[in-house]
Design a binder for this molecule. Structure first.
Ligand code: ATP
Ligand code: MG
Length: 274
């Protein structure tokens, strides 16, 4: 569980995060959603210590990250896996070297132990026999998988994914989402995902925070989204007129004003509608 309270972050006089608080739950995919520029990446970077917030507190499973010294943070970082926006693989390294990198940095394992682990995680993301390939030789979806493999190679308790399926087609995106969700369940990680992909929201949205211009505008889960009357959230999620209409229908239906099932039943029986 990662709790953060009253996070504020500015760059110069531009306020990017304004008093944001939330709890990211263990074993769940916790989503940060919002328009481009709303502060999602900055929030994730604050949570892992890549940016220092101007104020507020971040607590990892009861331990205040904010109060930790450099060594304590270094230790915690070993339990954090990150998939950066755009994968951030090292272009001059092979897939194997990329995934082995955190093991080289943080463990004293022998080469064959490290190789075994690299192959385990590659298998976990359904990639095999690509150890000697370079990132430039991989498709976008494969790069993301390699990024995920690298993020989980140290068995993290906390997994951060920034736009894990940006640039991927809808089907490959679903495969990546499912993989992240499976890993979250399997290893009981606290997973934090930034996304503006609506398929992901509807697939994985167990605990969502919606940022609008750096403020927490709304929180809930994917079911709550369907029935929310938060105007800004609706404009964001149901951006097209078609989706807005679909949502309105769904709400009317839920309120018992129309029911296709009931109408269909009447039609089949030859009854008239009231
Ligand atoms: N290092 C930085 N210095 C100055 N301003 C920054 C810095 N990083 C981000 N910002 C600003 O903070 C705001 C939020 O950026 P952020 O990258 O968090 O948005 P985002 O929600 O992740 O957007 P996207 O969906 O496009 O990834 C933007 O206005 C951006 O210009
Ligand atoms: Mg971003």
């Amino acid at each position: 569980m990662i709790e953060f309270k009253n996070i504020k972050k500015s760059f110069g006089d531009k306020v990017v995060l304004d008093d944001v608080s939330h709890i990211m739950e263990t074993g769940k995919a916790n989503l940060i959603i919002g328009q481009s520029g709303s502060g999602k990446t900055v929030l994730q970077k604050c949570l892992v210590g890549l940016f220092e917030p101007n104020s507020g507190e971040i607590i990892y499973d009861g331990h205040s990250f904010t109060d930790m010294n450099v060594d304590e943070r270094k230790e915690l970082r070993q339990q954090i896996g990150m998939l950066f926006q755009g994968s951030a693989l090292f272009d001059s390294m092979t897939v194997e070297q990329n995934i082995m990198f955190p093991l080289d940095m943080f463990t004293t394992k022998t080469f064959s132990e490290k190789l075994k682990r690299v192959n385990e995680v590659l298998e976990r993301v359904n990639l095999e026999d690509i150890n000697k390939k370079f990132p430039a030789e991989l498709s976008g979806g494969m790069k993301k998988r390699v990024g995920i493999a690298r993020a989980v190679v140290l068995n993290p308790r906390y997994l951060f994914c920034d736009e894990p399926n940006s640039g991927l087609d809808p089907q490959t995106s679903m495969v990546i989402d499912k993989l992240i969700l499976d890993i979250t369940r399997e290893f009981n990680t606290t997973t934090v995902i930034n996304t503006h992909d609506m398929n992901s929201v509807m697939e994985m949205g167990e605990n969502i925070i919606y940022l609008y211009e750096g403020k927490k505008e709304w929180t809930g889960n994917k079911k709550d989204i369907i029935f929310s009357d938060n105007k800004l959230l609706n404009e964001f999620i149901f951006a097209s007129e078609f989706l807005q209409d679909a949502k309105d229908m769904r709400m009317l239906e839920a309120r018992g004003k129309i029911s296709d099932d009931r109408d269909m039943g009447k039609m089949l029986k030859g009854d008239k509608l009231d």
